[in-house]
Write a protein that binds this ligand. Structure first.
Ligand code: 5GP
Length: 199
């Protein structure tokens, strides 16, 4: 009996001392500079890990499976949904995107901080399941600036550009639900702001 008591106490002491990581969720419209901010944060926060999402979108030129995304078929994505493997998932623009639960939990449990770069629908699902997650929204200085940036990026055709711009306007209306809003007016200041939030 005593042994059981001692074991239980020891387990709870270990559980208390085990430091789990923090979960950060970065969102914001296409073209706002999330990718650059994310890379800067990863370069400057050694304990931070990026969770690679699954998507049904086709890889863009220069993208590699398992690096930017895990590029999977619609059938596989549906299978993952049925098996409840996603922490969150959403239909964004014209494709499915999702974060694997196991990836995030393993990293958090091993003491790493984890960064997700996901859309607003996904971010709100995460906040509901894990209220301790820190939600960070990256906003453009104005819709006009965003339009110029997205057009200048040259990665989208006219139709995809329109979809992304319309979605951007919708996404901006959710920014008040986030813990922090970073206005990406000056890239260097925005990077510093994100670094401070994370560290
Ligand atoms: P892109 O196709 O430009 O790489 O990404 C399009 C959008 O999908 C971006 O807003 C990005 O943040 C979002 N996204 C990427 N991965 C995920 C994910 O795992 N879940 C959700 N909900 N959105 C994601």
């Amino acid at each position: 009996m005593n042994a059981i008591l001692i074991t239980t106490k020891a387990t709870s002491v270990i559980a208390q001392n085990m430091k789990t990581g923090k979960l950060f969720v970065l969102s914001g419209p296409s073209g706002v500079g999330k990718g650059t901010l994310r890379q800067h944060a990863l370069n400057n926060a050694p304990n931070l890990k990026y969770s690679i999402s699954c998507t049904t979108r086709k890889p863009r030129e220069g993208e590699t499976d398992g690096v930017e995304y895990r590029f999977i078929s619609h059938a596989k994505f549906q299978e993952y949904i049925s098996c409840e493997l996603f922490l969150e998932y959403a239909h964004v623009h014209e494709d499915y995107y999702g974060t694997l639960k196991a990836d995030v939990m393993n990293d958090l449990e091993s003491g790493h901080d984890v960064l997700l770069e996901i859309d607003v629908q996904g971010a709100l699902q995460v906040k509901e399941k894990m209220p301790e997650a820190v939600l960070i929204f990256v906003a453009p200085p104005s819709v006009e600036v965003l339009t110029q940036r997205l057009t200048g990026r040259g990665t989208e055709n006219a139709e995809s550009l329109n979809v992304r711009l319309n979605n951007a306007i919708g996404e901006l209306s959710y920014k008040d639900k986030y813990d922090y809003v970073i206005v990406n007016d000056d890239l260097e200041s925005a990077c510093e702001e994100l670094r401070r939030i994370i560290l």
